[in-house]
Write a protein of this length. Structure first.
Length: 262
């Protein structure tokens, strides 16, 4: 860019070739990064809107919902974050502790208890999904697994309220974990939720979802459920940082290549 000059009042702008090329490359790159972060924020905003709409729906009555087919269970997966009610009873004799769950920085477990639907005419069919896994909340780890708080629960018939969650969204699965269910007495310790493997431990079939127990329901533990782990504000902040860097780059380029003349 040799020979190029621009005079404004008593200031002379004479950009050098290498700084000019670097600015021409870096400035649009930084702007594009900022725009990308804004796009990500828009995506998260759309997801958040969808979640809020699902949360606002009337509770889905699972006992009155057609289940037991791949089509019906796929449709159920699309109801993530919608409230749901189920009538039946907990299976106190087959409980699971999901390991490596933290609350306020402390290690612990999520208590997962199967909930068997109220009896139907097909209740003896192994092919029918007639139970769902309930996440009853977080309990602390007290140094040894033999020293956990009591998670015993009565097997009486009741109706409970919770929120539908897809397993893959609620818990990060580990496909390489060949021992997802550790053989032990009740409750069994698990490292991830894998419905297929859990079904092999039970005399009934679980739906391919979990239900996070509503905070107002009894027989639960610490339940600080987060509806969504994406942060719109985080992406907006990143976008602002990229735009600020682009502005600083442009300012420095102009400032360092401008001289005041007499």
């Amino acid at each position: 860019m040799a020979g190029f000059q621009l005079r404004v009042s008593n200031y002379l702008f004479t950009p050098k070739l290498i700084p000019a090329l670097a600015t021409l490359i870096l400035f649009p790159f930084l702007i594009s990064l900022g725009l990308w972060q804004l796009d990500r924020a828009d995506e998260k905003r759309e997801i958040d809107t969808g979640i809020q709409l699902a949360i606002a729906k009337t509770p889905l009555k699972l006992n009155e919902t057609t289940l037991g087919t791949k089509e019906s269970e796929q449709a159920l997966l699309k109801e993530a974050y919608r409230p749901a009610t189920i009538k039946g009873k907990y299976d106190n004799n087959n409980q699971f502790l999901l390991d490596n769950r933290t609350h306020l920085g402390k290690p612990g477990y999520h208590v997962l208890t199967p909930f068997i639907f109220e009896s139907t005419s097909d209740s003896n069919s192994k092919s029918l999904s007639n139970a769902v896994l309930i996440n009853r909340g977080w309990i602390t780890y007290n140094g040894t697994r033999d020293n956990i708080p009591s998670i015993e629960i009565e097997n009486n018939t009741r109706e409970i309220l919770g929120q539908i969650k897809q397993v893959s969204e609620a818990i990060v699965l580990n496909d390489d974990d060949k021992n997802a269910v550790q053989k032990s007495n009740n409750p069994k310790l698990i490292q991830s939720i894998q419905i297929t493997e859990l079904n092999q431990e039970l005399d009934y079939q679980l739906l391919p979802i979990i239900i996070e127990l509503n905070k107002q329901e009894k027989d639960g533990f610490i339940r600080e459920w987060q509806p969504y782990y994406g942060s719109i504000d985080k992406h907006n902040a990143y976008a602002l940082q990229w735009f600020a860097m682009a502005a600083i780059l442009l300012f420095l380029f102009i400032r360092l290549n401008t001289k005041k003349t007499e």
